[in-house]
Write a protein of this length. Structure first.
Length: 224
């Protein structure tokens, strides 16, 4: 006899394989990620954005403060600039000098503005690199496969009685089966195959009939 369990979702025979279990697993994984991971990702995202933004702003401040100092030094070096400022733009000098100076000041201000725009652009365009850097600082820690919380999750002790996707018309049958399992006090061997199927996909061909209890252990970390 072939003891591979029927599809847990639609109860179709194990072969040919129906896609229900794989599809439900994908959905369940998505939902678990939404429940458990999205909040964590939001915390990480905020942290990364804040640090990236602060870094970019600091870098921009450094660039522009250097540029503004150079700008001030240039203005101070212009002929008649000191007297021009002292008389608030109406110095007692020939208007020709004033006009020349005003042109130079206007050009310097325009140059400063272009420079600041360039600094800002250069800083902001580094966001992808800076975001990568700060995301890279986040440590992702997976527990050891031997750790107690992995080997023996708190809900493992109770085992898994059937309580999902049961067609109501089959309820009495399932209850009888469960009672029998409880009497036998162990997991039915079909569980091995089911676990193997959901987590790793079906075997490529139907397995030949096996003696009850003679299933090979599935590869991988399952402690059964
Ligand atoms: Zn199915």
């Amino acid at each position: 006899m072939d003891a591979a369990p029927n599809c847990a979702i639609c109860n179709a025979p194990a072969y040919p394989e129906c896609p229900c279990e794989a599809e439900r697993l994908q959905i369940a994984v998505k939902q678990a990620e939404q429940r458990i991971m999205e909040e964590r990702l939001a915390v990480i995202r905020d942290w990364v954005i804040n640090h990236a933004r602060q870094h970019i702003l600091n870098a921009f401040e450094r660039l522009t403060s250097t540029r503004k100092q150079a700008h001030s030094a240039y203005l101070a070096s212009l002929p008649n600039y000191e007297v021009y400022m002292r008389y608030s733009g109406h110095p007692p000098i020939h208007p020709m000098y004033v006009a020349t100076l005003q042109t130079q000041i206007a050009e310097a201000h325009a140059e400063l503005k272009r420079g600041i725009d360039a600094d800002w652009r250069a800083s902001v365009l580094r966001y992808p690199e800076v975001l990568d850097y700060f995301y890279g600082l986040v440590e992702l820690r997976l527990p050891s496969d031997q750790s107690q919380s992995v080997v023996e999750p708190p809900f493992a002790a109770a085992g898994y009685a059937d309580r999902g996707y049961t067609d109501p018309s089959r309820l009495s049958v399932e209850k009888k089966k469960k009672k029998r399992r409880d009497r036998e006090g162990s997991l039915p061997p079909e569980r091995h195959i089911a676990l193997h199927r959901v987590m790793r996909g079906p075997p490529p061909v139907p397995t030949p009939p096996l003696q009850h209890g003679a299933y090979p252990r599935p590869p991988g970390p399952f402690p059964y």
